[in-house]
Design a protein around this ligand. Sequence first.
Ligand code: IVH
Length: 673
Amino acid sequence: MTPAKPAQRHQKLVSELRTADYRYYVLDDPELSDRDYDALFAELKALEAKHPELVNPDSPTQRVGDRPRSELASVAHAVPMMSLDNTYSREDLEEFVRRVKDGLPDTAQVRFCVEPKLDGASVELLYRGGKFVEGSTRGDGKTGELITENLRTIRSVPTRIEYEGPLTLRAEVVIFRRDLEAINQAREARGEARFANPRNAASGSLRMLDPRIVAERRLRAFVWQVVETEQFEGSHSASLDRLAELGIPTHRNHTECETIDEIWEAISKIEQKRTDYAFEIDGAVIKVDARAQQDILGATAKFPRWAIAYKFGAERAYTKLLEIKVQVGRTGTLTPVAQLVPVALAGTTVSRASLHNEQVIENLDVRIGDLVGIEKAGEIIPQVVHVDTSARTGDERKFVMPDKCPVCETPVERVTGEVAVRCPNPTCPDKVKGAVLHFTRRFAMDIDHLGESLIDQLVEKGLVKDVSDLYALTHEQVLSLERMGKKSAQNVVDSIQGSKARPLSRLLTGLGIEHVGQVAATQLAQTVVSLPKLLELDATGLAELLANIAGFGPKLTESVQAYLSNEVSRSVLQRLFELQVSIPEPQPERSAEGPLVGLSFCVTGVLTRKREDVHAAIRSAGGQVHDKVKKGTSYLVVGEKVGKAKLDAATKSGAKLINESELEAMIAGTATG
Ligand code: IVH
């Protein structure tokens, strides 16, 4: 096999890495494994080392870093960030206290500090001359990643303090339980996966590259240790108090103890108050309070000998499972939901818990009438995690997944290779309700005054069979609903009508096309521009258009194609068009500076890069992109297989013809003519 020419290989590598970056950063849906990405990157670097003439400012090697692992600079911790030995019993704790005392002179008085163990991501914060100068992740304990800018976005971390000396602090970054749901909803709206728990959300956010996104994550930091001892000698508990005085956030909850009984009581108090904390705690930390004693005790290879963690079990409550109801979601998936005797768990009363699917029920062997264990795995939605089979009386019943939809009685479908069971009826009332609710959401068409119960009524009365019916609703029809006054009815109609002016991307998000979240919807909308243009496309036109959207893989493409070739969905779109719903998608802003300012480009033919990528590169260099060659188009960028019509139009309009490498040279600012 003859190896590809270096220039061709270079372009191919650049294009593949760019697509991979896009999927990783923008779509958060990588297709390439880290290892494959690194291999491509290494190959590109080697190729550029051998052929320096191929390096251009646009190459992924020339960016400020690439992905988090290589993008975030490494930083050595002057004092290693160790972890803590764990215990789960009072006996283990007694053993710890004995070991501590054995390690200190006989005459020593030992005091302990007991505090909550925060379940987040640990970081180091450096203050010099009263300023926050550097922050890093724990990493492997010896070397972390530099995340100063991300930590600066955490409002609770002061950027200036009234303390001149060097100060090295260790803290836990957490997300409040109540904030996680909002973050997850936003992720879902963008078609991204939910974070399983606040810890994952916190550590994922900390390592993000764009501090603006980090700022949206509502992170908080609480300091649990002062490393630098200058002026902070004495005790750990006194240091925490001192920090609080300086306006540095600490968990503000520590108890000084002497005996094992006192320690045990302090731990129990923390455990009792576990749900009062706005963030997750997973145990208590018991520390020898005096720094001098900490120094004598020292550390093993892994843990300090002066501290230990007492870990709590996951919070669980037992209650009776009364019934298993089956819910039908917007996509038609049937979800079994446990109906429970209400029980208090982690700060709320729980009366329903998800059982996900038949497989879960089978694995747990859950039966109706069982005494079941419920846990909240960091998430707000409780789960059935255990069955107390010893409490069975023999009256328990096995659950059978219905073979007809519980709402519309259509026989359900099983998707091969999936556990999910679905109702295939597009007019199933619960699917319609779910679909309409999704359509009205803030991230979609943002229709106020139209809550769940109104939607239920509209669907049940047959006034709304699909989302297009919303726009045909009259004031009288809305007024005929329960508990509806004239003014409220008007508000509903007004906000529905007002939503007609949302851009196409919002409409596409609201349609709930499988795999199409906000990001994909926006890309599609920017490419197709308007609803009538979308409806005009034939299958070939659509396939071509989708193939040119960066990051649209086979799953997304097939889903959009299936949606647009389905007669029912097409007629909904047609009706929305007739009712004048949605305005053309505004095109992304051009950069106000760059080598292409004042120039306009039309791109045609097959290029080595996706057309969307070429458009984006032109725009970010300040250029304008035209769909068609028109009067005033400065350049026609010509790829392969270009039609004669386009070339003729270009010649007529006076646009200059250039090829892809000429364009790249212009973007790089190295063009001579
Ligand atoms: S003291 C030398 N105190 O737990 C280690 N750690 O398993 C001293 N953590 O990496 C650790 N809350 O991220 C300490 N109040 C607390 C803590 C705490 C949470 C985390 C920390 C550490 C891990 C150790």
